[in-house]
Design a protein around this ligand. Structure first.
Ligand code: C5P
Length: 300
């Protein structure tokens, strides 16, 4: 059978725990990172073409040249299997751009799987994860999905079992934040003595909340070391988070390096009420309910 076009769906992530260790010699930080995939999806379609190209449907701000992470994924996979990256990639974006939800990494993961199928490479999961890690720290998790602890740069993954599902509401901001700039601000705050730096470990309270499916306990255990840095660079995030607290979220935090805010609801009904109140607050460019965990890259 000749495959003519392949479409892959890929979820966004929120970090339930993002504990940042000291900066390493390679410039990255060792992390204890608990990833959680949620039902906000991008779709990447790969079709045969004379040369590599990228088109994007959705919000502005996504590069379409060789710097696009999906294009880099296609090039890396083509090199790995020894062929030309002659593919047209079309990305339908719903994950916020530079929003702290790993949208670019998601597109890279989706492009890896889409090209793998289109080109009949059928690489095993380990190889795709390894290629993914070369593209970015969050790419392996976008392949895997679900909920997982990520160590090292975040690429050494161990799946975590979760009871049931959790109901979230995400508040999108106007404009993104640069991940390297937020890590640099975290380093600056620590050097200035404004934020503690301890060697991180996985939170027992968080693991217990996930195992029992207890939303209130999960809400109390949410933790993000990058939040003070994101707030320092974007002070209006303080009011955005307060809007969710006032609206009765059982937990809230900045997602990854931000500026998207994640609010946890007690139930599906509660998430609808929470979304309405957050819309009403006028603090967000868009308000989106979602559930987690959901699977990683999926062939449509
Ligand atoms: O791996 P990725 O390219 O997605 O990382 C983007 C940036 O985030 C890095 O250049 C680095 O500044 C920062 N980062 C970090 N430590 C990590 C992951 C990312 O400092 N563990």
């Amino acid at each position: 059978m000749i495959v003519t076009t392949v479409t892959v769906r890929v979820p966004a992530k929120v970090n339930l725990q993002l504990s940042v260790g000291p900066v390493r010699d390679d410039g990255y930080h060792d992390l204890v990172n608990v990833f959680h995939a949620v039902s906000l999806f991008d779709e990447v379609t790969a079709s045969p073409a004379d040369a590599l190209s990228v088109t994007v449907e959705g919000p502005a701000g996504v590069p379409t040249g060789p710097d696009n992470l999906a294009a880099r994924a296609a090039t890396l996979l083509a090199e790995h299997i020894g062929r030309r990256p002659d593919v047209a990639l079309h990305i339908r974006k719903d994950i916020p751009v530079a929003g702290g939800m790993a949208g670019g990494s998601a597109d890279a993961a989706a492009a890896l799987l889409a090209c793998d199928v289109l080109w009949g490479a059928r690489l095993d999961r380990e190889t795709l994860l390894e290629l993914g890690a070369r593209l970015g720290s969050d790419v392996p998790f976008a392949l895997l999905g679900g909920t997982a602890v990520g160590l090292g740069r975040g690429e050494r993954l161990t799946p975590v079992e979760v009871m049931g599902e959790f109901h979230w509401v995400f508040g999108y901001a106007d404009g993104g934040l640069s991940t390297p700039a937020v890590y640099a601000e975290c380093d600056r705050l620590r050097a200035a003595g404004e934020q503690d730096s301890v060697w991180p470990r996985v939170s027992d309270d968080l693991m217990a909340a996930l195992k029992t499916g207890d939303a209130e306990a999960l809400g109390r255990a949410l933790y993000n070391d990058l939040q003070p840095a994101a707030l320092s660079l974007r002070p209006s995030l303080g009011e955005a988070l307060a809007a969710g607290r006032d609206a009765g979220a059982v937990g809230f935090l900045v997602s990854g390096s931000g500026p998207t805010c994640a609010f946890l609801a007690a139930s599906l009904d509660h998430s609808a009420e929470l979304a309405a109140a957050l819309n009403e607050s006028g603090r967000f460019a868009a308000v989106r309910p979602a559930v987690g965990p959901v699977p990683g890259v999926t062939l449509l």
